[in-house]
Design a protein around this ligand. Structure first.
Ligand SMILES: O=C(O)CCC(=O)C(=O)O
Ligand SMILES: [Fe+2]
Length: 393
C-alpha cells in the first residue's frame, strides 16, 4: 500500500467530459484528498496563452534594477502587496533564498478607520473597521513602459486560474458527495454600494457581521517567485517546510523544468514534485484542513534552492481566497459529517493536526496574523506595535 501512496496522483481534468472516466477521476480525487494529500492536474482548461503571457514576462520583471523593484516594496502597502527582496522572508527561523512579488485580485479599499466614518458602506453593514479588512486593496504594478503588458497578462492569468479554482471546488463537492454548488456562496460576487450619509447614520448601530450576509468576493493572492542558483548543492532553503495559510486551495504553476519542490508524503517521506509541463500542483491549505477537521490534511511542502549549476527557478502559486469575515465553524457547517469523521477513522491517534486557533477563528484574523508574522516591518508600519505583539506571541 505504501508503494501506491508514494506516487503523486496526476488527474486529467478532461476526464470530466466522459461519465465512466469521470467516476475514475472522482476516485482518484478522493484518494488525493484523504490519503495522499496533494495532486497534479493536467488538461485543466487554463489556456496556454494565459500561462505563457505571464510566465514570459517574469525574467523581465525580476531583472528590473533593484531601485525600481524597491519602489514597489511591500512596505508601501497595508495590504502586504508588492515586492520582497532576496532572502527577506524567514521560514522556520531561516532565510528563504528567493525573491518575490505578491499580487492579488485587484480590489478597492474597504477598510474604515472608524466604523461610523465616511466612505464605502456595505449594504449589509459589515464592520469594516476590523483590521483584517485592511488586507484588501489595490496592487502595486510595475511601470508599464519597463514591463509592457504586465497588468493585462496578470489579469488574464488571474481570471483563468480563478475559474479553474472554482471548477475544481465543484469537483471536490462531487468527491465529498454533496450537491455541486454547496461552496458557491463562499465565492459569490457582492455589490458594493455607497450609501447616502443619512442612511449611514440610521444604520451604524447595526454594524455587526451577521450569519445571513452574503460574502464579499474573496481576494485571491498570487505570488511571483524567483529562486536563483545558490552555492549550495543540496540543502539550500528556497522556502522552508510549511503549510499554506493564505487560502483554501493553492494552484501552483512551476515554470520551466527546474526541480526543487518537495511534498511530505503521508508516510513521512519528502517526495520530489518535479515540474510536469503545463500542469498545476494542487496543495490543500490550513483552512481546508481546519474545515474538514483534519479529514483532508494541509499539504506540507518546501522548496530546495537550485544548486550552483542550475538555472533560475520561477514559480507562481495562486492561493484561492475565502471571505475574510467567514469563520472556520461556518465552513465546517457545510462539510458533511461523513467527510469530517474520516479523520477519526483514519488516524484516531493523530492529535497533532494544526487546526486554526480559536483566537484566529475568522479567516481574516488568521490571514492578518500570517502576514504580520512573515513581514513584521510592514505590520509595524501599518498596524502598530500592539498588533505586532498580539499576532506574533
Ligand atoms: O515555489 C514553489 O514551488 C512553492 C512556493 C510555496 O510553497 C509558497 O510560496 O507557499
Ligand atoms: Fe506553499
Amino acid at each position: 500500500m505504501a508503494e501506491s501512496l508514494e506516487a503523486i496522483p496526476i488527474l486529467d481534468l478532461s476526464w470530466t467530459d466522459d461519465p465512466v472516466r469521470k467516476d475514475k477521476l472522482l476516485q482518484q480525487l478522493r484518494s488525493a484528498l484523504f490519503e495522499v494529500g496533494f495532486l497534479y492536474i493536467t488538461n485543466h482548461g487554463v489556456p496556454h496563452s494565459a500561462i505563457d503571457g505571464l510566465t514570459r514576462l517574469l525574467p523581465t520583471l525580476f531583472d528590473l534594477p533593484s531601485v525600481i523593484k524597491e519602489k514597489q516594496t511591500k512596505l508601501n502597502s497595508p495590504h502586504f502587496l508588492g515586492y520582497s527582496g532576496f532572502a527577506e522572508e524567514v521560514t522556520l527561523g531561516q532565510q528563504d533564498l528567493r525573491e518575490q512579488f505578491d499580487f492579488a485580485t485587484e480590489l478597492p479599499v474597504v477598510y474604515q478607520e472608524h466604523s461610523s466614518s465616511e466612505g464605502f458602506q456595505h449594504k449589509e453593514r459589515r464592520d469594516f473597521s476590523k483590521s483584517f479588512w485592511r488586507l484588501r486593496g489595490p496592487n502595486q504594478w510595475p511601470p508599464e513602459d519597463l514591463v509592457p503588458g504586465f497588468r493585462n497578462a496578470f489579469m488574464s492569468y488571474h481570471d483563468a486560474v480563478q475559474q479553474l479554482s472554482y471548477r475544481f471546488v465543484h469537483l471536490i463537492e462531487e468527491a465529498f458527495s454533496i450537491p455541486v454548488g454547496t461552496f458557491d456562496s463562499f465565492f459569490s460576487r457582492d455589490e458594493m454600494v455607497v450609501q447616502p450619509a443619512n442612511d449611514r447614520e440610521n444604520n451604524h448601530h447595526n454594524d455587526t457581521v451577521g450569519k445571513s450576509q452574503s460574502p464579499l468576493a474573496p481576494q485571491h493572492r498570487i505570488k511571483l517567485v524567483k529562486y536563483p542558483p545558490t552555492p549550495f548543492s543540496d540543502a539550500g532553503q528556497g522556502v522552508g517546510a510549511h503549510k499554506d495559510s493564505s487560502g483554501w486551495l493553492t494552484f501552483l504553476y512551476q515554470v520551466g523544468n527546474e526541480k526543487g519542490l518537495e511534498v511530505l508524503s503521508s508516510s513521512g517521506k519528502w517526495l520530489p514534485a518535479s515540474p510536469i509541463t503545463g500542469s498545476f500542483v494542487v496543495i490543500f491549505g490550513n483552512a481546508f484542513e481546519a474545515a474538514t477537521e483534519g479529514a483532508v490534511k494541509a499539504t506540507v511542502h518546501r522548496v530546495v534552492a537550485p544548486g550552483p549549476d542550475s538555472n533560475d527557478r520561477y514559480s507562481i502559486p495562486f492561493f484561492q481566497g475565502l471571505p475574510l469575515d467567514m469563520t472556520v465553524s461556518e465552513i465546517r457547517s457545510v462539510i458533511p459529517e461523513h467527510v469530517r469523521s474520516l479523520r477519526k477513522l483514519r488516524d484516531a491517534n493523530d492529535g497533532v493536526s494544526t487546526f486554526l486557533d480559536p483566537r484566529w477563528d475568522s479567516l481574516g484574523e488568521s490571514q492578518l496574523r500570517k502576514w504580520i508574522r512573515s513581514h513584521k516591518d510592514v505590520g509595524l508600519k501599518w498596524y502598530g506595535s500592539d498588533a505586532v505583539e498580539y499576532y506574533t506571541h
